[in-house]
Design a protein around this ligand. Structure first.
Ligand SMILES: Nc1ncnc2c1ncn2[C@@H]1O[C@H](COP(=O)(O)OP(=O)(O)OP(=O)(O)O)[C@@H](O)[C@H]1O
Length: 279
């Protein structure tokens, strides 16, 4: 303790006196405690560089896949201003709550869901909140929701590398992220940004999923590259990452999602990703 004696007063801190102090050696943790009725084995973030690439669809597909394997699964919808998970599963508020916390909604296949859309008085109202309130809401979804015992909690992040992903990475014990992207020229840049952010926060990147890779002609079976040739393999190779799946445009997925029946969706294009999550 001798080297720490001076640390009792911040006024006595100097570069020399702080050398050897344990607080200097360990990065400060901003992690917050989950609700006492929550025990989660793995927290997986699903991120994308930009909006509309199918991040929510990938999140829900992974949740379904793990559920089908027999795991207890939840989705924390951190996309506060663009929540789509409840609609995909046909879920609506209000939610039950006790003094101890809020119960998440449960989809037909048993996937538990928490989203701002489930607690808004009118789910069609836009969320017009400033960044810190949005980030705080995500933290509350961790601290105040009674998730129970979960094997996997998937966090559907808002697109980009802004305030909310930062809060999630800092506050929740994220075990890894999956990056979702679409095939276009910027893919390398977008994937690198997400990769660098995760790296800066010491969070492993489990791999990349490419969505909208192709469209299969219903008549001849030919694969049409609607958004051009994929560059995902080069991007993955450069960063030493795995490609966890290439998903075509699949009208059945859009339909199930629009009808609130995504609990029925089986996305075989992501079986490698589901396998990776079990490692
Ligand atoms: N592979 C696919 N085939 C068919 N439809 C798809 C596919 N991927 C996504 N979609 C549809 O595209 C729309 C956008 O997808 P989704 O909401 O998952 O994107 P997102 O990246 O989460 O968007 P946001 O940036 O708004 O959060 C949805 O209607 C979804 O059903």
């Amino acid at each position: 303790m001798a080297e720490n004696q001076e640390c009792s007063s911040s006024a006595s801190c100097s570069r020399e006196s702080c050398e050897g102090c344990p607080s200097k050696q360990q990065p400060q943790s901003f992690q917050v405690e989950p609700n006492p009725f929550t025990v989660v084995k793995k927290v997986i973030g699903v991120v994308s560089g930009k909006g509309g690439v199918g991040k929510s669809l990938v999140t829900a597909s992974l949740a379904n896949a793990m559920r089908e394997k027999g795991y207890e699964v939840g989705i924390l919808d951190a996309d506060i201003t663009g929540p789509s998970i409840p609609k995909m599963y046909g879920l609506h508020g209000p939610l039950s709550a006790t003094d101890e916390g809020i119960f998440p909604a449960e989809a037909e296949n048993g996937v538990k869901v928490m989203s701002v859309n489930l607690i808004m008085p009118n789910e069609e109202d836009p969320v017009i909140w400033r960044g810190p309130i949005i980030a705080n809401t995500v933290k509350q979804f961790w601290q105040e929701v009674m998730w129970g015992d979960l094997d996997f909690l998937f966090v559907d992040m808002p697109p980009g590398t802004g305030d909310v992903p930062l809060t999630v990475f800092q506050s929740l014990p994220v075990d890894g992220i999956v990056i979702v992207t679409s095939p276009q020229d910027l893919v390398q840049l977008i994937v690198k940004k997400a990769y660098n952010m995760a790296n800066a926060m010491n969070i492993p990147v489990l791999g990349i999923v490419e969505n909208y890779s192709y469209l299969k002609c219903p008549d001849c079976g030919k694969e049409i590259r609607v958004f051009g040739e994929s560059h995902i393999d080069e991007a993955a190779k450069e960063l030493n990452l795995s490609v966890l799946g290439k998903m075509p445009i699949e009208p059945a997925f859009a339909e199930l999602s629009d009808q609130g029946k995504f609990a029925e969706a089986k996305n075989e294009y992501l079986s490698a990703a589901a396998f990776k999550l079990e490692e």
